[in-house]
Design a protein around this ligand. Structure first.
Ligand code: IMP
Ligand code: ZN
Length: 393
């Protein structure tokens, strides 16, 4: 099927290489087991009817309407600070277990007066969740590259700490398309306030048929002026006018881009706007009928800047390794192509030059280590592969 190894080896390759995740929604990445446990409690409290959601949670390969059913459930779960911290911790652990070395996690700060939750307290719960990860070194500070969550006992045992996996994390705050201009502006102001806790940018997401571009534009413009990076869910549905307006805004990345016309792609090409590609998500949400028709093929062939992402690991029952394998198996990529894709993602992170430098080191080291483990990689000249880090923008 693919050059440079059989199916099992390619799967293992995709799992083993270091990876960068740039498009993952916190609540969309909740573990099924956690979702089941929390939904059961909500059912016992009479807040939801557990029987209505149990079969959807237990199902692999959910339909579009079942995905939206789970989004509604996420919003009920997201009203408890402790739950938010727990979900954050588990999501970070899951990405690290999949050899993700840099994670840009996005989430929509939520207000819920009756539960005493503000957008700020919601984000504090997320940051507390990052701090509570004890099995990994979590580096999420923008201002320094020190490791944030090393406990004092671990600091006493520096050697032990160095042996543990490290994951670099940055946060993006999402504006939900249901929000008003004022609410969107609040989210941007909160992002600016939380920069020292690793918040580096703003995302626009939510139901793509809800809301208008002009509602969000003032907040997005302000974010840009203040030096935050902006990524937009763009062209998830066919909406020519909005796609043009979004591209004219020149975001630093766009997500999905399923319904761009030829002239839109030309604009994206001239502006060299990197595209966050979410293959399984696009398939599940019926943005295309079969995976081999995905625009990944043309973009990859045309060397357009792109990065493979998961969107919602929990919702779509996927992992980043799985997305790389899917791309390799569908579009005939070999091990070198896959590693090159993973490495190129360094250029598109919002985390700044220091973290990019650290990532180049990680990818350089791993190319050498992988050659020891994968015989076919060795035969492809893997040992000599200098990880190509070109500046695309
Ligand atoms: P949260 O922001 O952490 O609560 O993550 C879940 C939210 O992400 C959902 O309620 C949506 O607003 C957004 N989201 C997740 N997946 C998609 C997608 O495929 N398209 C648009 N928005 C999405
Ligand atoms: Zn998304």
């Amino acid at each position: 099927m693919e050059r440079g190894g059989d199916v099992a080896e390619m799967k293992e390759w995709c799992r083993s290489i270091p990876k960068i995740e740039l498009h993952a929604h916190l609540n969309g990445c909740i573990r099924d087991s956690t979702l089941l446990e929390l939904a059961k409690v909500l059912g016992e409290k009479g807040i939801i009817n557990f029987a209505d959601v149990e079969h959807v949670i237990r199902k692999c390969g959910r339909s579009l309407s079942e995905c939206f059913q789970l989004f509604d459930l996420f919003h009920i779960l997201a009203t408890d600070h402790g739950t938010i911290s727990r979900i954050t911790k588990e999501v970070v652990e899951d990405f690290a277990a999949d050899e993700v070395v840099y994670l840009e996690l996005r989430t929509t700060p939520k207000n819920n007066e009756t539960k005493g939750m503000t957008k700020r307290s919601y984000m504090k719960a997320v940051i507390d969740g990052l701090r509570s990860v004890d099995a990994l070194n979590v580096s999420f500070s923008n201002s320094s590259e020190r490791t944030e969550n090393i406990s004092s006992s671990t600091q006493n045992n520096y050697a032990n700490c160095m042996e543990r996996k490290t994951i670099h994390i940055r946060l993006l705050l999402s504006i939900d398309r249901r929000e008003t201009t004022i609410a969107a502006m609040e989210t941007v102001c909160l992002a600016l306030e939380l920069r020292e806790f690793g918040v580096v940018g703003i995302d626009l997401s939510g139901n793509p048929i809800v809301g208008e571009w002009k509602t969000f534009l003032p907040a997005l413009k302000y974010a840009k002026e203040q030096g935050l990076s902006v990524t937009l869910h763009c062209g998830e549905v066919s909406n020519k006018k909005e796609i043009q307006e979004m591209l004219d805004f020149v975001p630093e990345r766009i997500g999905h881009a399923c319904f761009l016309d030829k002239d839109d792609w030309e604009k994206a090409r001239v502006l060299q706007i990197p595209v966050e590609i979410c293959l399984t998500s696009n398939l599940r949400t019926e943005r295309l009928s079969t995976i081999d028709l995905h625009h990944f093929a043309n973009l990859h062939k045309g060397n357009h800047p792109l990065v493979l992402c998961t969107d919602d690991t929990g919702l779509f029952s996927t992992t980043l390794s799985n997305e790389y394998y899917l791309a390799a198996a569908t579009f005939g990529l070999d091990q070198k192509d896959v590693l090159r894709l993973a490495t190129n993602a360094i250029e598109f992170v919002f985390g700044g030059s220091e973290v990019k430098k650290a990532l180049r080191g990680i990818f350089g080291d791993s190319a050498r280590k992988l050659a020891e483990v994968f015989p076919s990689w060795k035969s492809l000249g893997g040992e000599d592969v200098k990880v190509q880090i070109k500046s695309l923008r």
